[in-house]
Design a protein around this ligand. Structure first.
Ligand code: ATP
Ligand code: MG
Length: 289
């Protein structure tokens, strides 16, 4: 496959969750988005802005209320669950905050499973590739440990090895460092960077975390279910920079406080320089506006 092609295209996606027959939440509103092969696309936004909803829709784990979901050029919007189960297995990789490894299986078996489920690997082939994948993510020596015998960061690396097993078109990560310590999360980030730059693995990562965001080739901001454009960001900045308080009233009160302070300090025979400094400061502020 060549670079620069779209692995995901979302066309006018909206998602409405009904809490009752008349109460609903618009988790996504008219989202248009495309992710290209070789990208590390970061999805940021406040809690409740729709990141997880977006990840679930991109991962075919959830259906939009309206709009189209196109993955690898295939419109999967109306595909049934049987088709999607296969589609996910063969084309997508998932790494979530909670590693959702199968607790009864060893690390090795967890990584083997998606290969065996496709029917395209013999058990020996799957075992050998799983071993190599665990080595690749730096935890070869823990192959026989069960998830409960691994640290959070190690479990997350197993999840990455598993996500890589069937050479996915892209890997979806939702808060991948959300529940692991700082040192482990730096390791995970290094690994993502390396997998991307050396092996061309495409990632879509939802995160609150600035360190995670820093490895992205692009940041998509969500706010109230909408994707913010550059011009939206400029508008928000302008809106935010407008003062919502009565500046004149604040200054007037402050100047009177300074007068009072000056009288008090004079009465005590104390140094006035601090009051004068503050008065200079506020005067230059008045002069500048
Ligand atoms: N299954 C659901 N049923 C009803 N409402 C839902 C459901 N899932 C999400 N929502 C609502 O949709 C909105 C978006 O939620 P979502 O989980 O996508 O946000 P998020 O950006 O991932 O937040 P966080 O940063 O907290 O993980 C929220 O208002 C949430 O309450
Ligand atoms: Mg979320």
């Amino acid at each position: 496959m060549k670079g620069n092609e779209e692995v995901v295209k979302l066309v006018n996606i909206s998602k409405r969750y009904y809490l009752s027959s008349s109460v609903y939440v618009d988790a996504l509103i008219n989202v248009n988005l495309s992710i290209r092969r070789g990208e590390i696309a970061i999805v940021m936004g406040p809690s409740g802005s729709g990141k997880t909803t977006l990840m679930n829709i991109m991962g075919t784990l959830d259906k939009p209320t309206s709009g189209r979901v196109i993955i690898d050029g295939v419109d999967v919007t109306d595909a049934d669950e049987k088709y999607l189960t296969r589609f996910r297995l063969e084309r997508l990789g998932f790494v979530f905050q909670q590693y959702n490894l199968i607790s009864q299986l060893t690390a090795l078996e967890n990584v083997m499973l998606p290969m065996l489920l496709t029917g395209r690997y013999t058990k020996d082939e799957a075992r050998e590739k799983a071993r190599l994948l665990l080595e690749l993510v730096g935890i070869g020596e823990f192959a026989n440990n069960r998830p409960s015998q691994l640290s959070g960061g190690q479990q997350q690396r197993v999840a990455i090895a598993r996500a890589l097993a069937n050479d996915p078109s892209f890997i979806i990560m939702d808060e991948p460092t959300g529940s692991i310590d700082l040192a482990s999360s730096y390791l995970i980030l290094d690994l993502i960077k390396l997998l991307n730059s050396a092996m061309g693995v495409t990632f879509v990562i939802a995160t609150h975390n600035m360190e995670v965001a820093s490895i992205g080739s692009r940041i998509i901001y969500l706010r109230g279910g909408r994707v913010m454009s550059e011009s939206d960001l400029v508008r928000i900045k302008e809106e935010f920079s407008k003062l919502r308080v009565d500046k004149t009233a604040v200054i007037k009160s402050y100047l009177r406080i300074l007068d009072l302070e000056e009288r008090r300090l004079r009465r005590l025979g104390q140094d006035l320089s601090e009051v004068e400094r503050k008065r200079d400061l506020i005067n230059s502020f008045i002069g500048s506006t």
